[in-house]
Design a protein around this ligand. Structure first.
Ligand code: ZN
Length: 304
């Protein structure tokens, strides 16, 4: 009789363990399924694909930062990508075909499926991106309880730019900060020689003598406007039309050409990606990195 009771108890115990395992699995699956589904417009294919938000973040990190970067820099990029996407989703930014987000860098973030990384050891690199995204799952940056506009650029060249200097409206968390950590970037300082005829064509002048004058600079030292042979031109337009790395530049006249020395690559606002990698190499965590480039922010974890 006693042996029978003992056996019964063991069976009940086993059943209980099985039920608990099933409940655990159910909630684990439920939790995973709560990861919001988003639709992404692929601008080159002119089509929409759908996926979970965290899968999308992995694709953005793959496309926006070299997977060989330090893991803390990749985590910082993951939090930026997620915050940027959440802000766009909340604002219901209108993308083609009614999509939630787009892979066009002119209006959103680049995207490449995780395994499409074209660097040699794909699996190892994909593993690192996976780790960076999963270890920061759901984490975003807030300012005044709102997701921030998490802008980022490749290389600031020594000092980031304030949002106000580029877009005319100051944003508290997007201030200009000094950055000594992006020196390893090949864009930290660059030099290009451009034919004067090409420069002059910007102001409809077909001569080969270019008289360039700097008219206005932003507080970080980047150019706001300049003149070519007496005609004023916006520095952003000058940069874009001549395909220059940034608006932080100096000019050196040469025979029928001009040497343009530039600092950094990109608009310079927000996180400096090479700076993030440099900080990570100095053992800074992703939160320390992000708190440097985005002033006064808080971190918040979305539960899904
Ligand atoms: Zn920098």
């Amino acid at each position: 009789m006693r042996r029978k009771t003992k056996r019964k108890l063991i069976i009940i115990e086993i059943l209980l363990v099985i039920i608990l395992a099933l409940i655990y699995q159910y909630f684990a699956e439920k939790k995973a399924s709560l990861d919001p589904c988003i639709s992404l417009y692929l601008h080159q294919q002119n089509t929409i694909i759908t996926m979970n938000l965290e899968e999308y973040i992995k694709g953005v990190v793959t496309a926006e930062m070299p997977a060989s970067f330090h893991i803390e820099a990749l985590k910082a990029q993951a939090v930026c990508a997620r915050t940027y996407a959440i802000k766009k989703l909340i604002e219901e930014h209108p993308y083609p075909q009614g999509a939630d987000l787009s892979d066009d860098v002119n209006t959103c973030q680049a995207f490449a499926p995780l395994l499409d990384n074209d660097i040699a050891d794909k699996k190892e690199l994909a593993k690192r991106i996976n780790e960076a995204v999963e270890s920061t799952r759901g984490e975003i940056m807030l300012f005044d309880s709102q997701p921030i506009d998490a802008l980022y650029c490749s290389t600031c060249g020594g000092k980031t730019e304030s949002a106000g200097a580029v877009w005319g409206k100051e944003i508290d968390y997007l201030r200009s900060v000094k950055c000594d950590d992006c020196i390893a970037s090949r864009h930290y300082k660059s030099s290009l020689t451009i034919d004067n005829s090409k420069i002059n064509s910007l102001v409809n002048d077909n001569g080969n003598i270019a008289n360039i004058k700097i008219l206005e600079k932003t507080p970080s030292g980047r150019l706001k406007s300049l003149s070519v042979n007496g005609t004023k031109i916006d520095a952003v337009v000058f940069r874009k039309d001549l395909n220059l790395p940034s608006t932080w530049m100096e000019f050196q006249p040469a025979k029928y050409s001009t040497i343009i020395n530039t600092h950094g690559y990109g608009h310079g606002v927000g996180l400096c990606q090479y700076g993030a990698n440099g900080m990570a190499a100095r053992d800074k965590t992703y939160r320390q990195i992000l708190s440097k480039y985005y002033s006064g922010i808080n971190f918040y974890k979305l539960e899904y």
